[in-house]
Ligand binder design. Structure first.
Ligand code: DHB
Ligand code: MG
Length: 229
């Protein structure tokens, strides 16, 4: 009902605070042209991720769910010159689009796009000695959020920050038997289980922030990995 107002306010925010950006606009255009689903975060959310990474002084970032690399660009730009970002994408076609978008943004050197189901590539990352990561952004297939939390903790250090997208879904999260077709099979229940695991997990302190704007009514989880992790 209020969504047009939210969108107008989001536009006001973005117009004032977020400069036009050729690489980000090109990434969205190329993603749409290649037929990728429209799941990318908004500009104001991208700026929030950038700020979180900078406030935290993140040097190593892990992203689960690259899509066309839009959020990847925001996060990678927050890194210092010697920083690194690893992003995991199950769909080789999405990964190809993302690689081109990242190259166009001048970020090919500091971002590695790893192709494969994240539940396969996460153990490989750990075996390769990657991490610990300072910041982890979970935005892949929501059905597997419970497993992604487990692997994120394995790839964390005390003080690591975990952010997860799409944890409100216009209130659909309230329904114990609910589903959300746009989150895929079992997606909404994966997010509900994710909350339960966070609640039961002594190693994290977490909250969720509801958001309204260009992406409708949704929200993100923000979690801090404990110092005694
Ligand atoms: C949708 C939005 C997302 O941010 C996402 O990760 C997946 C799906 C959507 O609204 O369809
Ligand atoms: Mg998302």
């Amino acid at each position: 009902m209020n969504e047009p107002l939210w969108s107008a306010v989001d536009r006001y925010i973005a117009t004032h605070l977020i400069p036009e950006d050729e690489a980000l606009d090109a990434a969205l255009a190329a993603s749409a042209a290649a037929g990728l689903p429209a799941g990318a975060i908004s500009a104001s959310q991208g700026r929030l991720l950038e700020l979180l990474a900078r406030i935290h002084g993140a040097r190593r970032i892990l992203e689960l769910g690259t899509l066309g690399g839009y959020s990847t660009i925001w996060l990678a730009r927050a890194l210092p010159a010697d920083g690194r970002l690893v992003t995991l994408e199950a769909d080789p076609r999405y990964a190809e689009v993302a690689r081109a978008n990242l190259a166009n943004a001048g970020l090919a050197e500091i971002v590695q796009v790893r192709v494969g189901e994240a539940l396969q590539t996460l153990p490989e990352l750990l075996a390769d000695g990657a991490g610990p990561f300072d910041l982890i952004f979970i935005d892949a297939d929501k059905r597997n959020n419970p497993g992604y939390l487990e692997w994120s903790l394995r790839l964390s250090r005390p003080g690591s920050v975990i952010v997860a997208d799409n944890v409100v879904r216009a209130g659909a999260i309230l329904d114990p038997d609910g589903s959300d077709p746009s989150l895929g099979d079992g997606g909404l229940q994966g997010v509900r289980r994710f909350y339960e695991l966070l609640a039961a997990e002594p190693r994290v302190t977490a909250t969720a922030i509801q958001t309204v704007g260009a992406k409708g009514h949704d929200g993100f989880v923000l979690a801090l990995v404990a110092d005694d992790h």
